[in-house]
Structures are given as C-alpha cells and as structure tokens.
Design a binder for this molecule. Sequence first.
Ligand code: MLT
Length: 242
Amino acid sequence: MKVDLFATPSGIQEAFLKERTAVVIDVLRATSTITTALYNGCSKVIPVVDIEEALSIAKNYDPGTFLLGGERFAQKIEGFHLSNSPREYTRDAVEGKTIIFTTTNGTKAIRKASEARDIVIASFLNVTRVCDYIKEKGQDLAIICAGTDGRFSLEDILAAGAIASQLKNELDVKLDDLGLAGCFMYEKNRDNLAGILRNTLHYSRLVGLGFDKDIEVCLSLDTSPVVPVYRDGVNLTGVHLL
Ligand code: MLT
C-alpha cells in the first residue's frame, strides 16, 4: 500500500485522489471535534466552508434537530450553538442531531479531499479505528493535513505519523518522504506529544486563549473509536467498527 502525506491541502491534484482513500487530519481542533461528535451519537456532520453556507443549510432543518458549530479565529461564531471545542460535543448536547460545521482550515481540507474514492476523518482520538478501516479498504492512501492558514502544522504531521506507524507494523507499506518523517517523529515523541508541540503556532495560540483542556483532549489516543466517513460530498457519518 502506498501512503503519501501532504502537509497542507494546497499541493494536491484532484486526479491523484481518484483511486485513493483520503484521510483528512486537523488535530487542533476540527477533526478531533468531528470525531467526538460522531462518537457521541450525532446523526451526521455536514462540513461547510462558509458561515453563509452553514446558515443556508440550517434553513432546511426544524429547530431542535440541528446545531450550528465551528469557529472563526478559534472562537465561537456569533449566533452558532457550539464552538470548535470537542468538550462541548457531549452526548447530551449532540445525540441524534445534525451538526452543520464550519472551521477556518479543517472543513476546507475536507472539501479539498472530495474527489477521493473514499474520505475519512482522523485525529489522535480514532487512530486505531481509522487504521482498521484503511486495512479493510486496502486502497492506497493520501493523508491530507489541514495545516494552519496554508502552512504546515506539526500536530497534524504527528497524527499522520501515528497512522503510518501503526499501518507499517501490520502491512507492506511504502511511505513517501514526509510520511517517513511523520512516522519517525511520532515514534520518538509518542509519550510526550505536548512536549514537542509546546512551541508550535496553533498550539501556543490555543493555550493563549485558555484552551489547554481542549489540547489535552485532542492529544489523547483512541478515546473516541469511530470512523467519520464523508459520503456523497455532503455528510459525514460515523462507522463504528467492531
Ligand atoms: C481550524 O479548522 O482552523 C481549527 O480547527 C481552528 C481551531 O482550533 O478552532
């Protein structure tokens, strides 16, 4: 299985994705939040790029059946029900609901992946389940990191490395150079992810805004074992593998 890792979505050719499973990662915090929401029983997540698009989709839903979630500048969007903190997406808050979700980088990366044969969402919270899904599909992979404002984000590369590390222990995997780097970095730092991330851009920004607890949640391994699968270019639903 070939595994190619993209530090940001910008360099990807859509034709490259056609025969691949795309794995989209935005550890801090979009894909951790989506994973948490689906694990806690929301009926689906609709990832959208713009606030206007989110509001217009919401008009199709009866009040009480949906929640608007997401962020701009890492803060809750005015008029939305929830921010981009995984800690808000509890079972009490989300069970049975549709989440219409927009974030600065994460939901854009999901859209960018939409030409892939299969699209799944990953974070540290669901590494093992995502690997199980990938093994079952058996297709070559494009791991797409959302990055931050068009730039490489180390936390995403480490989560991609966690996936690559697990896959290469069980399959004959051919990693590209960035995949090898991510894998090596993850294996060296797996016991102290916060240590290597402490001085990185988005991590420090979130700490500055008082979101330390969110970071702790987002760096926990396999705590929300579900695979968010993007279907029909519209909805993300959760696949709970046994
Ligand atoms: C994003 O999608 O840009 C991030 O998830 C931002 C955030 O941490 O709120």
